[in-house]
Structures are given as structure tokens and as C-alpha cells.
Design a binder for this molecule. Sequence first.
Ligand code: F6P
Length: 338
Amino acid sequence: MDVQQIDITASHPLALPVGVTLDRYIMHRQTAFPYATGELSQLLRDIALAGKIIHREVNRAGLIDLTGGMGVQNVQGESQQKLDMIANIRFKRALTNGGEACAIISEEEEDIIYTGNNHGKYVVAMDPLDGSSNIDVNVSIGTIFSIYRRVTPIGSEPTLADFLQGGRRQVAAGYILYGSSTIMVYTTGHSVNGFTYDASLGEYILSHPDIHSPCTGQIYSCNDGNVDGYEDGVKEYLTDCRKKQYTARYIGSLVADFHRNLLKGGIYLYPPTKKSPDGKLRLLYEAFPLAFLAEKAGCLATSGNQAILDIKPSSLHQRTPLYIGAPVMVESLVDMLT
Ligand code: F6P
């Protein structure tokens, strides 16, 4: 029998390289900073690892009874889902075992979580699993994280001051979106890069290098059911979007809505409502990290009267209105606010 020889040249699809793994990328970035000690790199790797575990749990949730509520509420008064709690445990464990984080705050817990690593240089604010209302129904959900270098002396117990430094002091921020594929997007204050998880390899691969968001777009994302309670300027802006026949897209998972708009060009709005007069989203582990990423990718993020990153935080679970996305769209919305 004739065996046909296949000519696999370097440009043949079968011979294409897998790509740059997250680990290699982090290592490479670290060498660009001669005084870097590797701790931030390790912290990012810890977060990525916990993300892999959540990816696994999210993907088999329906099979092993991980969906549904716990019958209790979290500190935000929202019903706690089993996956919320699992994600919280996984991230706490990864960050505690890693040793670089001296303290964590989580959407799921009222107080500062002390890891016992008082020699760790960093604190992490996180929403372990955002978009809870979508957990049970196989719709995209995500993890959001924000990292600060502590301001209290190394070796001492971390305090509230470590978390209330303000969004511009973040040293890294990002999210992991568990969607049609899992992707980790993060920045350490320079470029914004996205790494898609290849479960068959157990590796995140650089798939979205140096993300620059379009400066305008045609997608607007908000909860239409709340519109009656929005202030007039926001209603006017939404009327304008409809007149221009923009596309309304709202998943109800901040990470998923943000990610789509970041790549395609759009605006996400969560204005104050009658039910949540200060806005619904949390400043420290939702608005700050996404605003940090947004600015680095060329977008804007505002509460309506100031840039999100300029808000001086005063408490761990503080809320804020949020308008975030393509700069031209955010600016025209702000122009309509009184
Ligand atoms: O964390 C809050 C959150 O679940 C976001 O992920 C999401 O964008 C928003 O709430 C959805 O809120 P609502 O159901 O009020 O539209």
C-alpha cells in the first residue's frame, strides 16, 4: 500500500505553534523589570490557577449538583449560590497558599480576610464569581480581581487602609470570563492582554494581545426594566441610542457585558435606580478593576460626575453608579447628565 507523504512545512496548519502561554508571558514581562521580585507574577499565576479550577466546576456544575442557592444571602443581601461559595473558597485557598497576598476582600464576605501571610506585599479585592443570576442557566459568568501593593509595613497585620488606596494605585487588575470559552484578561498598568484557556493543555494561551478598544461603537448595555427610575439624562441618552438604531445587548453578567463591549465597541450602564440610589455595583472589586483595564485599553469609566478611578473609597463594599466603555459613547452620555 502506498503511504502518502504529507509535506508539513512550518506554515502548515498542523505545524503552527500553540502560542505563548500565560506563564511564559508573565515570566517574560517580569524580566523587563530588573527589580521585580517575582511576587506579583506568582500572585497572577495563583489567580489563573484558581480560575482553571472554577472553569472546571462551572463546566460540570449541572452534573454534580453545583447549581442552585445555598438558602442564605451574602453581605450584599443577594442570595448566595453554591458556585459563588465554591469560587470564594477556591480563590481564598489559592491566594493563602501562594503567600504573596497578606489579605483579601471578597464580595462574599463582610470583613477583611487575613491570609496569615503578614510578610506578603499585596492585597487583593475580588468578586470570585460575578453574575450570580446567570449561574443556574449556563450563561456566562466571571471572576474580577484587583491588586494593590500594601501601604502598611510588611510583617504587620494588614488594615482597611491597604484596601482604600483608590483605583489609581492598583498594580494589576483583570477578570476571568467563563463563557463559550474561558478567557483571562489582565493588565499590570501597561498593555491589556487576553489569554484563552485551552483545557486540553491546561494552559492559558495569549489570544488577544495588546487590546485596544474601538473609540466608539453601536452597542448599549443596561437593564431595561430599570429605565423608568433612571435620571433624565440617562433616559435621553438611551432614546438617542434607539433613534440611531444601536444594538441593545445585556447579559446581566458585568464581566461578559464588559468583555463584549471592550472588543466590539459599546457602553455598559448601571445608573442609580430607585432600588439602588447609589448604584448597584461595588467600587473596590467591580468598578475599580474594570475601570483600570478600561482606561489602559482606551475606554472611559465614570460614575457620572467623576472618573471611577478618582473616587476616594471609604468602605469595603461601597457601591457606585457605573458608565463604562467606548470613550465617544461615554462622553456623549456624560454631556446629557445634569
Ligand atoms: O454584581 C452585580 C451583577 O450581577 C453584575 O454582574 C450585573 O451586571 C448586574 O449585577 C446585573 O444586575 P441586574 O440584574 O440588576 O440587571
